[in-house]
Design a protein around this ligand. Sequence first.
Ligand SMILES: *[C@@H]1O[C@H](CO)[C@@H](O)[C@H](O)[C@H]1NC(C)=O
Ligand SMILES: *[C@@H]1O[C@H](CO)[C@@H](O)[C@H](O)[C@H]1NC(C)=O
Ligand SMILES: *[C@@H]1O[C@H](CO)[C@@H](O)[C@H](O)[C@H]1NC(C)=O
Length: 357
Amino acid sequence: MLLRQIHLILVFILLDPVNIFRLWWLKGNPLLMDPNSICRKTRRLGLRQAELCQSQPEIVHEVAKGARLAIRECQHQLRLHHWNCTSQRKSLGKILQQDIRETAFVNAITAAGVVHAVTQACSQGELLQCGCVTAHGSPADALALERHGQVPKTQDGRWEWGGCGDDVDFGYEKSRQFVDSRRRRGKSDIRTLIDLHNNEAGRLVVKNNMRMECKCHGLSGSCSLRSCWRKMPLFREVGNHLMQSFRTAVRVMGGNDGKSLIPVGDDITPLDASSLIYSAESPDFCLANRRAGSDGTRGRLCSSSETGPGSCQSLCCGRGHADQTLEYEDNCTCQFHWCCVVQCQRCTVKKNVSICL
Ligand SMILES: *[C@@H]1O[C@H](CO)[C@@H](O)[C@H](O)[C@H]1NC(C)=O
Ligand SMILES: *[C@@H]1O[C@H](CO)[C@@H](O)[C@H](O)[C@H]1NC(C)=O
Ligand SMILES: *[C@@H]1O[C@H](CO)[C@@H](O)[C@H](O)[C@H]1NC(C)=O
């Protein structure tokens, strides 16, 4: 149920951050709605997405899936951080209204999640508008890939494109349509530029990290011919890439023309399309602060034996921690019975944990 709510929350965020929040605060709980009623709402609000929504309801469904995928990955990647991408709606909402590193990360990973989910749906035959694609490329491309060890070698090197390649261009286009078309009102141009840049950076991670998968054909596995196709990276890999960009995100300011973005800071890294960018420094998220979208780190589990991210030292912001023993039931002494049942006993497990004060 919670996940379903989250995914609907995100659909709103994706569709229009400004309006979603208004709706949110004003109407209590608009989150228990299915994609159809989302479309009805957006129409009533006169959003630009209403048209997309109506003409492509099944894409809306995949967009929602992509958002959910993205938030799960965001929570995994930021699990040891002060702000852990918590799905508590107000926090995420407040983060998205700012223009900090975390905003950049959430925007990028969401845009990437939409590319991923829509493309996946194409390959699985769930959408009428798209399907598998056969990749194109010269044998020279394949040789380059072979040198990188991405293609299993055959004896005489014969291969062809085939199989079910992921139509990432389709997913990319849909992500642009659905995620980028926000109304500008309520956000300055610079912030809109930053958001759009980060959305694109997220999408590029999927597009630029396509892998090659091949299958051998031929008598008894001789692999005299193989067919190859292009697959998207696993979403975990996308998350890892974006996390790298999160760490090296570049602070920018608007240029005088109001249309360009200029990096600021001492060691200026050149901007490229895959950099994540932001314009304001993040708060430390140590204490609860509703305006900043921070729940604070009180009550977070931490590791008292380690240093670095996730350690009590880092997570508890110097307030110290308490050691507690948690007791819970878990499966234990599981036995496998032929075939195919696993039987477990229930045991009470004790675990020592540390919790931030
Ligand atoms: C994330 O942070 C929130 C608030 O600080 C906390 O309630 C939640 O348990 C944390 N989630 C995880 C998985 O650590
Ligand atoms: C324990 O086992 C039951 C079934 O035997 C399973 O449904 C449940 O998910 C298991 N719980 C955990 C925590 O692994
Ligand atoms: C938990 O801590 C207590 C003392 O603080 C210790 O006696 C016990 O062995 C610990 N248990 C585990 C599972 O580490």
